[in-house]
Design a protein around this ligand. Structure first.
Ligand code: BG6
Length: 490
């Protein structure tokens, strides 16, 4: 349960999509389950012109009582939650605006110590302005009283290693590393959290978890929709910075890191940093970039036809990268990671392919032995499947690869929490295990920064692929070059 001290949660950028669709509904879910202290208040701050009543009406549009079935209790809880929500209109870089906010907070909270969380649901271009204005307004508790302040920021953290370092340095003038929670919401996803349990709480996987038994690993991320309303942001970043350098690299580091000495934030993040440092910086030869064109039916338009995208934009909406890890566990094992928008389906999964069984006990085609594969589907429809060889029932000898299947929906009779619920609860409880440490961020940027600079300097043109397709053909060629073949081909 949450701490009993007063808690003020400030959502900066409260009228935007992230705040309205993810952050505030997640806080409501925590509220419904009793995880927020009785004396908590939520303060929205943004440039939009609302009063607190208007803000509550806007919030109410996105609240669902998934944890409180039954109409009456849902209405009561919604009402109780909304009565704790307040709004302050202001400018992000103005310390006067934050003084107004402070005033509003004092009116609600009275005197005495209050713990504070500042959630930055704002574009990365204004992170620093807000942090400085917060610092100047004196709102940030510096730890010398019996209260704490924590800041939550969302990726992208910078555009490359250098800008990320600057952001870290400047932010630390106001919020120390201990006060900073860098969110990668994929780390809050249930099955991503299960990766460590799967690997380290089962005896059967760890002995096989190396180049000796694993032939390749494929991490695939696909969305069936284009960039939509977010072109302004996306065109400044592209898919490598939007998804690969963070979500996919985090999944890869949890999959490939060594066992941490202990299950605590410091040790886990040490193990991840060690792994990230062992990944060779990606080379241009091992990267394919693509951009979606119009769909074959002509119904969906191309990326460059989206609003605010320049017609000569080279920003990739798809990337496939072949990453290599230079350590004794993984040397020679290709990690093929792939992310794309406007593809044929929505999927995020990991396929771990084992080597083929050496020798041929059954020589003929009917009894062909295929390699084992462990498939971890992160979304949709979370599942873990182990593909193993079996004899097909019958009088003749026929072998087939079949599934040992764990589907979350049927195996666990429980609601799967939203990633943001879990991460926000961790911020409240001060658990930093699922947040990105500064040195981890630096190591993640080191994998991609050189190639991003080469791409941008060389004006590398992405290969066009039709909206709703499998993505660029060059990605299959890259995979073939590293030994993926037949049905194994990503
Ligand atoms: C965000 C990216 O971090 O994750 C988006 O910026 C992407 O481009 C989104 O669509 C996907 O999140 P989820 O949780 O829907 O898989």
């Amino acid at each position: 349960m949450g701490e009993e001290k007063k808690l003020g949660i400030v959502v900066v950028g409260a009228s935007g999509d992230l705040a309205q669709k993810k952050v505030i509904p997640a806080l409501f879910a925590l509220f419904c389950q009793g995880y927020l202290p009785p004396d908590f208040h939520l303060y929205g701050m943004a440039r939009s012109d609302f009063d607190s009543e208007g803000f509550r009406r806007k919030i109410a549009e996105n609240l669902t009582c998934r944890y409180t079935p039954g109409e009456a209790s849902c209405a009561d809880r919604t009402e109780a939650f909304l009565s704790r929500c307040h709004y302050c209109q202001g400018q992000y870089s103005s310390s006067d605006s934050f003084l107004d906010l402070f005033q509003l907070m004092r009116e609600q909270e009275g005197d005495g110590p209050v713990n504070r969380i500042f959630y930055m649901a704002i574009p990365p271009t204004v992170f620093l302005d807000v942090a400085r204005a917060l610092g100047d307004s004196g709102l940030v508790a510096c730890g010398d009283r019996d209260e704490w302040s924590r800041i939550v920021i969302e990726k992208p953290f910078g555009r490359d290693r250098e800008t990320s370092d600057i952001l870290i340095r400047e932010m630390q003038k106001v919020f120390s590393e201990d006060m900073t929670y860098r969110i990668d919401h994929y780390l809050g996803k249930e099955i991503v959290q299960n990766l460590m349990v799967l690997r380290f709480a089962n005896l059967i996987f760890e002995p096989l978890w190396s180049r000796a038994y694993i032939r390749s690993i494929h991490i695939r991320w696909a969305e069936p929709v284009g960039v939509g309303q977010r072109t302004g942001y996306f065109n400044g970043f592209g898919i490598i910075r939007d998804v690969m350098q963070n979500h996919l690299l985090q999944i890869m580091s949890l999959l490939a890191m060594d066992r941490p000495v202990k299950f605590d934030a410091r040790e886990i993040r040490d193990a991840k940093v060690q792994l990230l440092k062992a990944i060779r910086p990606l080379s241009l030869d091992d990267l394919v970039v693509g951009q979606y064109g119009a769909s074959e039916s002509g119904r969906q338009s191309s990326y460059v036809a989206e609003p605010m995208v320049p017609s000569d934009s080279l920003v990739p909406t798809y990337a496939a990268a072949l990453l290599k890890i230079n350590n004794s566990r993984w040397d020679g094992v290709p990690f093929f990671i792939e992310a794309g928008k406007a593809l044929e389906e929505r999927i995020n999964e990991v396929r771990i392919r084992f080597h083929e069984v050496p020798g041929h006990l059954w020589g003929d085609q009917q009894a062909r032995v295929e390699a084992n594969e462990l498939v971890i589907r992160i979304q949709p429809d979370e599942a873990i499947t182990l593909k193993i060889m079996n004899k097909v029932p019958g009088l003749d000898l026929k072998l087939a690869r079949t599934d040992l299947n764990l589907r979350y929906q049927s195996a666990f009779n429980a609601l799967i929490p939203e990633a943001y619920e879990c991460l926000l609860l961790d911020v409240i409880q001060g658990d930093r295990n699922l947040f990105i440490r500064a040195d981890e961020l630096a190591a993640a940027w080191d994998v991609f920064t050189p190639v991003l600079h080469q791409m941008e300097a060389g004006k590398i043109a992405p290969e066009l692929y039709p909206y709703g397709s499998r993505g660029p053909e060059a990605a299959r060629q890259l995979a073939r070059r590293y030994g993926f073949f037949g049905s194994d081909l990503p």
